[in-house]
Design a protein around this ligand. Structure first.
Ligand SMILES: [Zn+2]
Ligand SMILES: [Zn+2]
Length: 274
């Protein structure tokens, strides 16, 4: 098994050193892992998100701090070579008006793997515990689902990302407000976006973090995964979205079981490890 969604302490919301995550992955007998430090280049949230933790301190995301992260993971990958494959990656937040920043960031840093993610609607952090309730209280389920699916469609059209993270990540906090009607809306709205993603060769990840938030299903739900598969979307990656060593490899067996149950096509990089 692989875990290609891991946040070491360079991520603003994690305190887990790179080495501790690798040790946890070894304990779980994982074949390969990829670190996916958060990169949020949204100029309208510059003071909130645009940080990397370096040497225990939160610092601005800049060439020097990104390089420190890359060098740390690269050195660790060499140290553990032959025992586990360790890759360098990022999870980039997406928004239309800063997509050039995201594009430039990737071409400058050349990671092994990148996840593109929708974390905000109207610059409000819908996957952030302190911001999400304000958004969900202010709009109905139809509007919220439409905004999230539209944002995902634009992420796909940008052509920057080959793999989209937590494709129904809006359910993280949205379900508490809308219940299962949110799922029905996503199932109604997502199919045309899935068709377009398949045309563009863009896939998704299976992400087990929702199970830690008390949801009964992973990202995406089984029904949404079936709809993605019917449209020709591939699953390119599997990840726990761990922010602590004990979360590494979290319930990945269930994600792999869904791959078997749905028979959805598998894309790169996951295909290399199956
Ligand atoms: Zn995310
Ligand atoms: Zn993440």
């Amino acid at each position: 098994m692989i875990d290609f969604h891991l946040h070491p302490s360079y991520s603003i919301d994690s305190g887990a050193p790179v080495e501790n995550i690798i040790e946890a992955a070894l304990d779980k007998n994982l074949q390969a892992i990829c670190f996916t430090t958060h990169i949020d280049l949204n100029p309208k949230r510059d003071c909130l998100d645009n940080y990397i933790r370096c040497g225990g301190k939160l610092r601005r995301c800049c060439e020097e701090t990104v390089e420190a992260y890359i060098e740390d993971v690269r050195a660790s990958a060499e140290r553990y070579s032959g025992r586990i494959e360790v890759l360098i990656g990022f999870e980039l937040s997406y928004g239309t008006y800063f997509e050039n920043r995201a594009r430039d960031f990737i071409s400058e840093n050349k990671p092994d793997f990148v996840l593109g993610a929708i974390h905000c609607i109207d610059n409000i952090g819908i996957t952030a515990r302190d911001e999400a309730p304000g958004y969900f209280r202010s709009v109905g389920v139809g509007e919220a689902a439409r905004a999230f699916v539209d944002a995902t469609g634009k992420l796909a059209e940008s052509g920057i990302f080959a793999t989209i993270a937590h494709i129904d990540g809006i359910k993280k906090y949205g379900r508490a407000f809308y219940g299962e009607s949110l799922d029905r809306e996503l199932e109604r709205l997502f199919p045309p976006v899935f068709t377009r993603m398949a045309e563009l060769g863009i896939g998704i990840e299976l992400n087990t973090a929702s199970l830690r938030k008390g949801h009964p299903d992973i990202y995406p739900s089984k029904r949404l995964l079936e709809l993605a598969g019917e449209a020709g979307v591939t699953v390119n990656s599997v990840g726990s979205d761990a922010h602590k060593p004990e979360e590494v490899g979290f319930r990945l067996e269930e994600a792999y079981r869904l791959l078997d149950e749905t028979g959805i096509a598998i894309g790169e990089p996951l295909a290399r490890y199956i």
